[in-house]
Design a protein around this ligand. Structure first.
Ligand code: ZN
Length: 371
């Protein structure tokens, strides 16, 4: 076609798009721990063409992690669930959304954290520069990458792609991308940026075949996922830090307050965050048992995670579009766009958003034991 185009020729392309509802299977592994809580590892099995790097390597990784977790099930404090999703590309995260609906109450009550597995184990992918993480699991992910791979991890704010279908339920999530081909090597090859396949441009093409994968890189990534999941399932105190999320939310709030200026007073939210933060640090200083620490961390995160990633309610998953940080107050950054006579529309939205945020922070504070 490139050749034909250079001759000025024309071409007609036709395609057949199949639409409709199709029954799918959703394989799930459940390995019980001694206690009711569980950690969820998940990834999609539907693919574009053969899809070795996206996501057969991820599916293989999760199979091996399932085998290892089962072999060590006597050591698990919390349980482990591993899911292989259909409908990732062809249903806009339909498999994980179905699961979030079907097991919503289970997840909201007992899921301590979730990890997504997408495109690990691709050839020459030896860096970990952009792992999706949330503020409260940043330190946990960084340590797991260091201990399993010897590398320094970098991160980014997770989007709803990669089946982050559990934000509304208030569940902390991390990973999807793991190893990537070093940026300098991508540039040396003259490649453009692609999200999947560790940066290999075979992503989402019919070239995504066995040559894309590398057994050594895949083994390293399997170790990384296994280690992270094992820690979530065995650490007495869950390795998630709500104070780090509060600090991040206060950063967003300060930015919004500055943008709003005299047009809207966001200081009640800052006062509420400060009060929550100080109650949490008093609690931490009171030397609580790991069980109480875990319960409190999870209860606070149930309230705060949705604040940073969702527009909707707990049991109605947001549509699969990115949500701005501290979502309900994000309109504060856009007030300049409103003409004077229409400003009331924006400030009313902001008033409602502030009410939502204050209620969530107060609910979080009530879950923290008075020490
Ligand atoms: Zn993928």
């Amino acid at each position: 076609m490139i050749e034909a185009a250079s001759r000025g020729a024309s071409a007609t392309l036709t395609t057949i798009v199949e639409e409709g509802w199709f029954d799918q299977v959703l394989p799930e592994v459940r390995i019980a721990g001694r206690e009711p809580g569980f950690a969820l590892l998940h990834g999609h099995y539907d693919s574009w063409d053969v899809g070795v790097g996206d996501n057969a390597t991820g599916d293989a990784c999760m199979l091996e992690v399932a085998r290892v977790m089962h072999a060590h099930r006597d050591k698990l404090l919390r349980g482990v669930r591993i899911c292989w999703w259909p409908g990732h590309s062809t249903g806009k995260f339909a498999g994980s959304t179905w699961y979030a609906d079907a097991f919503a109450r289970d997840l909201a009550r007992d899921c301590v954290a979730h990890m997504n597995c997408d495109s690990p184990g691709c050839r020459d992918a030896t860096d970990y520069p952009t792992i999706p993480w949330m503020a409260e699991n940043r330190a946990f992910v960084t340590e797991a990458v260091r201990d399993a791979t010897g590398q320094v991890a970098g991160g980014k704010r997770p989007t709803q792609s990669s089946d982050f279908s559990f934000n509304n339920l208030g569940i902390s999530g991390c990973f999807s991308a793991s190893s990537r081909i070093p940026k300098a090597e991508v540039e040396r090859r003259g490649w453009y940026f692609v999200m999947g396949n560790g940066g290999n441009t075979a992503w989402h093409t019919d070239r995504d075949r066995i040559e894309v994968a590398d057994p050594g890189v895949l083994l390293t990534d399997i170790r990384l996922y296994a280690l992270a999941l094992f820690r979530l399932a065995t650490r007495l105190a869950i390795p998630l830090d709500p104070a780090a999320l509060i600090a991040e939310l206060r950063g967003h709030l300060a930015r919004y307050a500055k943008a709003a200026g005299a047009r809207f007073d966001l200081s009640p939210a800052e006062q509420a965050f400060a009060a929550l933060d100080s109650k949490l640090s008093d609690f931490a200083a009171s030397n609580p048992t790991p069980e109480r620490l875990t319960a409190t961390r999870l209860a606070v995160l149930r309230q705060l995670v949705p604040l940073d990633y969702t527009r909707g309610t707990r049991y109605r998953r947001d549509i699969g579009l990115p949500a701005p940080p501290l979502t309900h107050l994000a309109v504060a950054a856009e007030l300049d766009r409103y003409p004077e006579q229409a400003l009331g529309f924006a400030t009313t939205t902001l008033r409602r958003g502030l009410n939502h945020v204050l209620a969530a922070i107060e609910a979080a504070r009530e879950t923290v034991p008075t020490s």
